[in-house]
Ligand binder design. Structure first.
Ligand SMILES: Nc1nc2c(ncn2[C@@H]2O[C@H](COP(=O)(O)OP(=O)(O)O)[C@@H](O)[C@H]2O)c(=O)[nH]1
Ligand SMILES: [Mg+2]
Length: 458
């Protein structure tokens, strides 16, 4: 369900985390993709526009910079989507021994009868004595359908096949129903909420006085769920909504967000035809499932693990001018801090962050990185500015090793990596043409990978 929306959202968050600079162009790409995906999921265009505007506005806020900005935008995007879906989880706790009644309403084929048995099974599993009451007196097969379902889950079904009036049916069966903790009531639908249906559900509500009235809506209708919920709300007191067929449409985003707009919270969602294809609706976990384990904390962690933008920007400028030196290299090493992996270092070169260079070549070796930093700390200015002299006057290596608690091998390795990085950078021709949010294309990656095959070693 909603795979497309999920993967579009995921891509958006990834783009924020991986962008070298969260500049206007990148934000615009992210916003456009996001809006397209939301509209495809049938979310109201006005709401979609508002989200886009908000993100653009926050992105323009110059007081927040660098990694904080990434965190900020990630959080806003996450919270906006959560807002769309309705923030909190609405739970329906049913107490034992209280003869609770839940009445389900909805149009033809919305899934009332199926949901009646799903709800019954749900609460029966939680230790309640549950019964189902079939009040769809208009369609001959409706009561049989309910009885069949009841037999499947071993839950008693009450109906009166000879009675053509649902209120009378209820009155007849009322006494027998008193011994149950919970009664789920299936009612009749119509093609639309016409006068007859309105009268019928009003009469039922008056007679039964249900503790909860739920509107059952099929997700296929998308944002049209909004008007349907409003209409039913006008006719009687709806506590909330159950959305069915989440599994069979790409429009479910529209149905979910539309219900939130009407302030008729979604309590449950149906995700298939079987008894257990049913779950409570929790906006937070719904989002994290859409994103594949990406709850807000996970998303923020991702952002935090990206390297500080400012220094990346400086490094990029110097690289472009061909001025990248050992000092820049040292700053990058510091930036890597506890991130400590060579691929993070590559991220400072536009587009290279996404290059699929085999992981074993880039394995994180924090100790080594620390040693490299110590080594550079022990160098003289002259050595830092002209690292070539270290190759010519090898006695310098001994001195640096002693001063930094490293070995000459460590220093040689460090110098090799520094040179390699410089070389990779100069090999990535025309840096400015690479879209930072897109990374390199396959051809560019292959070229770099071929060129450096076997060279990147720790
Ligand atoms: N795929 C899918 N089908 C469902 C779901 N809920 C109900 N249905 C199907 O939708 C059709 C109509 O359901 P039904 O309960 O008879 O609707 P009613 O007219 O409102 O009582 C049936 O074929 C159900 O099996 C669901 O969550 N997913
Ligand atoms: Mg039915």
């Amino acid at each position: 369900m909603l795979e497309k929306l999920g993967s579009a959202l995921k891509k958006g968050f990834d783009k924020i985390a991986n962008a070298i600079f969260l500049d206007k162009k990148t934000i615009e790409l992210i916003v456009k993709d996001l809006q397209r995906a939301l509209i495809r999921a049938d979310v109201n265009v006005q709401l979609v526009k508002e989200i886009g505007d908000k993100i653009r506005k926050e992105a323009e806020n110059e007081t927040i910079k660098g990694i904080e900005k990434k965190e900020h935008i990630t959080k806003i995007l996450h919270d906006e989507i959560l807002n769309l879906l309705g923030k909190e989880k609405h739970e329906l706790k049913i107490e034992k021994g209280k003869n609770n009644k839940i009445m389900l309403l909805g149009l033809y084929g919305s899934g009332k009868t199926t949901t009646t048995h799903k709800l019954a099974a749900y609460y029966s599993k939680r230790g309640l004595k549950v019964a189902m009451l079939g009040l769809d007196v208009h369609r001959p097969a409706a009561r049989e359908q309910l009885e069949q379902l009841g037999g499947k889950i071993n839950i008693q079904v009450f109906t009166d096949k000879d009675e053509k009036n649902p209120v009378k049916t209820y009155k007849k069966l009322k006494k027998e129903l008193e011994e149950f903790d919970l009664i789920i009531i299936d009612t009749a639908g119509r093609h639309s909420l016409d006068k007859e249906l309105t009268t019928e559900i009003k009469d039922l509500e008056k007679e039964i006085k249900p503790d909860h009235v739920f509107l059952v809506i099929q997700a296929d209708i998308g944002q049209a769920a909004k008007n349907q919920a409003y209409e039913f709300q006008k006719a009687c007191n709806i506590n909330g909504v159950i959305i069915t067929r989440m599994d069979s449409t790409a429009k479910a985003g529209g149905a979910l967000t539309a219900c939130n707009e009407t302030k008729a919270p979604v309590y449950f969602i149906g995700t298939g035809e079987k008894t257990n294809d049913f779950e409570t609706f929790n906006p937070k976990s719904f989002i994290s499932r859409l994103l594949g384990l990406g709850d807000l904390e996970g998303l923020l962690e991702k952002v935090q693990s990206a390297i500080d933008e400012k220094s990346q920007k400086r490094a990029k400028e110097r690289l472009e001018k061909g001025e990248f030196n050992l000092r820049d290299f040292q700053e990058q090493l510091k930036q890597m801090g506890n991130v400590g992996s060579f691929d993070k270092m590559l991220e400072m070169i536009p587009g290279l962050g996404k290059a699929k260079i085999p992981e074993n070549l880039l394995g994180a070796q924090e100790n080594k990185l620390k040693k490299w930093q110590f080594a550079i700390d022990s160098m003289t200015e002259k050595e830092i500015d002209n690292p070539e002299i270290l190759e010519k006057q090898t006695s310098r290596l001994g001195r640096i090793a002693k001063g930094s608690g490293t070995t000459t091998t460590d220093i040689r390795q460090m110098l090799k990596q520094y040179k390699l990085l410089k070389e990779i950078a100069s090999g990535t021709s025309d840096l400015s043409s690479i879209d930072p949010s897109q990374g390199l294309n396959q051809k560019q990656i292959m070229k770099i990978a071929r060129k450096f095959k076997g060279k990147i070693k720790f």
